[in-house]
Design a protein. Structure first.
Length: 343
C-alpha cells in the first residue's frame, strides 16, 4: 500500500449510509479497499446497505458523531477517513440551531480528535457553499466546522493526521434535494413549485462530489480547502428541464416564496479566498492561512500579497439554460433511468 493508495487500506466514513457515503463506498470497493468502516446512527439504513452491498469488507458501526467514543470505535485501525455526517436541511436547522451545532460543530471536533488519537493519516471533511457568507444556521455551523479543521491544522502543524476540506454546492438527486421533488410533481401531473424562479444554484453530480473528495484525499496539505468548479442554473430552468425530460414541457411552475434561511445565490469562494486560491484545472485549492497570533507586522504594514478578487458564485459562474440543464441532468443515473422507463 502506497502512502495515499486505498488499495488494501482501511477507510472510515461518517454518515456512511447517506447518498455520498454509499457512492464513496462503491468507489472504494472497486479500487480495492481492504476494509470500510461505516459509521451512522440509522440502523435501518445500515441493514439496507449491508444487504445491498453484500461485501465482507464492510463493517458497520452504530453511533453518532456527537458521541466521541462511538466515533473512536469506528476509527480504530483506519488509515483514512471521510467525514460526511451532518445536519443538512436548511429549514430544520433554522428551527433547531442547537442541534445543528451539536452535530456539525461539536461532532466534527469529535471526528478530528478521533482521527488524531487513532492515527488516521488523512481526514477529508465535507462542507457546503452555504458556509460562505452564511445566513442560515446550517451554513453557520458548517463554516465553524471549516474553522475547526483549519484550527487543528494551524495548531498541530507536525501532526501525522492531515485534515483537509472540500466545499461544493447542490448534489443532484441526493436525498433532500429539489430534483426528486420536481420528478414526483411531474409524474403526479401536478404543478411544479419553486421558491423563487431567478434563484440560482450550483449543480454537481454525486460522482463529481466523490471525485472532488478523492482529489482532496490524494493532494491535500494540512488545512487545504478544495472547491470543484461547477455550472449553475436558475431554479425555474431546473424545474422546466426536469419537466421537459419527463414529457411535460407545458407543466405549470408556481412560485411559493423563499424558505427560511435561503439565499438568492450561493458562493463557493469568497473574494478573500479567491485571492489566495490556486487553479488546479477542475478544482480550486485554497491553502491554509497559517499566520500566527503575532499580528504586529500586519498592524503597520498590512498583507501585501492579499489582492481582492470577486466572489465565485452561482450568479457569475457558467450559467446553463434549459437545454444545458437537461443535458447535465441526463448524466445522473437516477434521472436517466426514469427517462428511459418513460420511453
Amino acid at each position: 500500500m502506497t502512502e495515499k493508495s486505498v488499495e488494501g487500506a482501511t477507510i472510515a466514513i461518517t454518515g456512511g449510509t447517506g447518498s455520498f457515503g454509499r457512492t464513496m463506498t462503491r468507489s472504494l470497493l472497486q479500487r480495492g479497499a481492504g476494509q470500510i468502516h461505516i459509521l451512522s446512527r440509522d440502523e435501518a439504513k445500515q441493514d439496507e446497505m449491508r444487504k445491498e452491498f453484500d461485501d465482507p469488507r464492510l463493517r458497520f458501526f452504530l453511533g453518532d458523531v456527537r458521541d466521541a467514543p462511538s466515533v473512536e470505535q469506528a476509527f480504530v485501525d483506519a488509515d483514512f477517513a471521510f467525514h460526511a455526517a451532518a445536519l443538512k436541511q436548511v429549514p430544520s436547522c433554522e428551527f433547531f440551531p442547537q442541534q445543528a451545532v451539536l452535530t456539525n460543530v461539536k461532532g466534527s471536533q469529535n471526528v478530528i480528535d478521533a482521527a488524531m488519537r487513532c492515527g488516521v493519516r488523512s481526514l477529508v471533511m465535507l462542507s457546503t457553499d452555504k458556509a460562505v457568507y452564511p445566513v442560515n444556521a446550517m451554513g453557520m455551523t458548517k463554516a465553524l466546522m471549516e474553522k475547526t479543521a483549519q484550527a487543528f491544522a494551524r495548531n498541530y502543524p507536525n501532526s501525522s493526521t492531515v485534515v483537509s476540506m472540500t466545499r461544493y454546492g447542490n448534489v443532484m438527486y441526493s436525498r433532500g434535494s429539489v430534483i426528486p421533488l420536481f420528478v414526483k410533481q411531474v409524474l403526479e401531473r401536478r404543478e411544479l413549485t419553486v421558491t423563487e424562479p431567478m434563484m440560482t444554484r450550483f449543480l454537481m453530480s454525486l460522482a463529481e462530489s466523490v471525485d472532488l473528495v478523492e482529489h482532496a484525499f490524494l493532494h491535500a496539505e494540512p488545512g487545504d480547502l478544495f472547491v470543484r468548479k461547477a455550472p449553475a442554473s436558475t431554479v425555474a430552468d431546473l424545474a422546466r428541464a426536469v419537466a421537459a425530460l419527463l414529457g411535460r414541457k407545458d407543466a405549470e411552475v408556481r412560485t411559493i416564496g423563499i424558505r427560511h434561511g435561503e439565499k438568492m445565490h450561493e458562493t463557493l469562494l469568497s473574494s478573500e479566498e479567491a485571492a489566495r486560491a490556486r487553479d488546479e484545472g477542475l478544482y480550486f485549492r485554497v491553502p491554509l492561512d497559517a499566520r500566527s497570533l503575532q499580528y504586529d507586522k500586519y498592524v503597520d504594514e498590512g498583507n501585501e500579497e492579499q489582492v481582492l478578487l470577486q466572489d465565485y458564485t452561482s450568479e457569475n459562474t457558467t450559467r446553463m439554460d434549459v437545454d444545458g440543464t437537461k443535458e447535465l441532468l441526463m448524466t445522473v443515473p437516477e434521472m436517466r433511468r426514469i427517462v428511459e422507463q418513460l420511453g
